[in-house]
Design a protein around this ligand. Structure first.
Ligand code: GDP
Ligand code: IMO
Ligand code: MG
Length: 419
């Protein structure tokens, strides 16, 4: 048995949470492999809406095991908030949520450092989610991090040493802060965390595969936010791509099965950084309004634009996508024409590869397709698809060279069409 991976092909918020939930009945284990509470994965069913940040999206479909893998960074305070909200709504996860001992902990001072570095960047700030992601991964790579497994052994000392180091930096920057309330919430989170099972998740996952139990790896963020291949430096601090699942779960490359690449029928981005197809006109405004394009966690308005096939093709290549999933097609239901960026023009030359740097000299080259102008939100099968929509799917499949096997026509679990 192999691990299937589901991940975002754009700048995040493609709808990963919704589709992981839809696919969960096909799997025994769902596992997050990177990122942390910078993620906000939304699920809707039975007129209820949930937003998950660190917990995998496989918790609502039966008694499936959910794993927080070693590649994830975990904030105990936010973890506590998240599990308590779920407990209140009747979802007790204790027996089916396992946490890797090797996952790194986000300390309260990591969040302060995130804010401190951002304010120091002025106009070139990244627009992070402020969850301490960058500083936590920095400590991991510089071999100063604290891991979940450390909670069980001489923890107070390790914590104090790390915080002393962070405070020195904060003071150097002259950054003002009040650590006490953050620390209180954090240690209450540690107590909550201790009531969960810590595991050697690499052994756990590989054993599942040996026992023919299918595993789904749930990506966070998106390929264009990948630390190596995204629009650096306007990226997150982890590898969001398929290879990240190998590292973030301890699974060999040959054990990767299907790679589900998920994208919106258009494109969005939150935070700063290049976005070649961004719209500043009423089309962009309409996408934001109809698609309710506001951050699931931060509430920040998302920047909107047409689909970018240069970036998407790049993402398909880097990830080895075997199946595509198109989300939010309903948001384009009332558009007269649909535009798709098929190349960039850079200094008068047409370019089809994603360039090293995207600056003001890069402009999108569009192909226009007729809109379908029909409400698709109640459709149940592809037989109902209008001709223009079928053409859009065919056009995308031809350009990307991979079949689109799932189409989403609304936020609810039920508004999903499997082809
Ligand atoms: P994720 O981070 O990739 O899980 O995506 P988010 O949850 O941050 O953002 C996706 C948003 O789109 C959420 O508010 C979903 O409820 C919503 N959504 C998902 N699929 C569809 C769809 O097909 N149509 C519409 N209109 N909304 C959708
Ligand atoms: P999901 O999993 C969209 C963006 C931030 C910022 C950059 C770096 O819900 O798709 P960070 O806090 O990671 O250091 O911020 O990455 N970003 C996301 N954008 N969806 C996400 O997650 C994101 N997680 C981080 O806005 O531009
Ligand atoms: Mg999101």
């Amino acid at each position: 048995m192999k691990v299937d991976v589901l991940l975002g092909l754009q700048w995040g918020d493609e709808g990963k949470g919704k589709v992981v939930d839809v696919l969960t009945p096909n799997y025994d284990v769902i596992s997050r492999f990177q990122g942390g509470p910078n993620a906000g994965h939304t699920l809707e069913f039975n007129n209820k809406k949930y937003v998950l940040r660190s917990i995998p999206s496989g918790i609502f479909q039966g008694d499936k095991i959910n794993v927080i893998g070693n590649g994830v960074v975990l904030d105990p305070a936010l973890f506590k908030e998240e599990v308590e909200a779920l407990e209140t709504s009747g979802h007790d996860l204790k027996s089916r949520l396992f946490i890797s001992k090797k996952a790194h902990l986000i300390l309260p001072t990591h969040r302060l450092l995130d804010a401190c570095y951002e304010s120091g960047k002025g106009n070139s700030k990244i627009g992070t989610t402020g969850k301490g992601i960058g500083p936590t991964y920095t400590d991991k790579v510089s071999r100063n991090g604290l891991r979940v497994g450390d909670i069980l052994n001489d923890f107070e000392n390790k914590y104090k040493n790390a915080v002393a180091r962070h405070e020195e930096i904060l003071n150097q920057y002259g950054f003002e802060y009040d650590l006490k309330p953050l620390e209180e919430a954090w240690f209450a989170g540690i107590e909550k965390l201790k009531s969960y099972t810590f595991i050697d998740s690499e052994y756990f996952i590989n054993r599942q595969l040996e026992n023919e139990k299918p595993v789904l790896a749930e990506g966070a963020q998106g390929t264009m936010l990948d630390i190596d291949f995204g629009s650096y430096p306007f990226v997150t601090s982890s590898n969001t791509i398929t290879a990240g699942a190998c590292i973030g779960l301890g699974v060999a490359p040959g054990k990767i099965g299907e790679v589900y690449g998920i994208f919106k029928a258009y494109c969005t981005r939150v935070g700063s950084g290049p976005f070649p197809t961004e719209l500043f006109d009423e089309d962009g405004e309409k996408m934001r309004k109809v698609g309710v394009e506001f951050g699931s966690v931060t509430g920040r308005p998302r920047r909107c634009g047409w689909i970018d096939l240069v970036a998407l093709k790049y993402a398909v290549m880097i990830n080895g996508v075997t199946r595509l999933i198109m989300m939010k097609s309903d948001v384009l239901d009332s558009f007269e024409t649909i535009k798709a960026c098929i190349a960039y023009k850079i200094n008068g030359e047409e370019v089809k590869n994603f360039p090293y740097e995207i600056n003001e000299n890069v402009s999108p080259v569009y192909e226009e397709l007729p809109g379908w102008k029909i409400d698709m939100t109640k459709m149940q099968s592809e037989d109902e698809f209008p001709e223009e929509f079928k053409n859009y799917l065919k056009f995308l499949e031809e350009k990307l060279g991979v079949p689109i096997t799932i189409v989403s026509v609304g936020p609810d679990r039920a508004q999903t069409i499997i082809r």
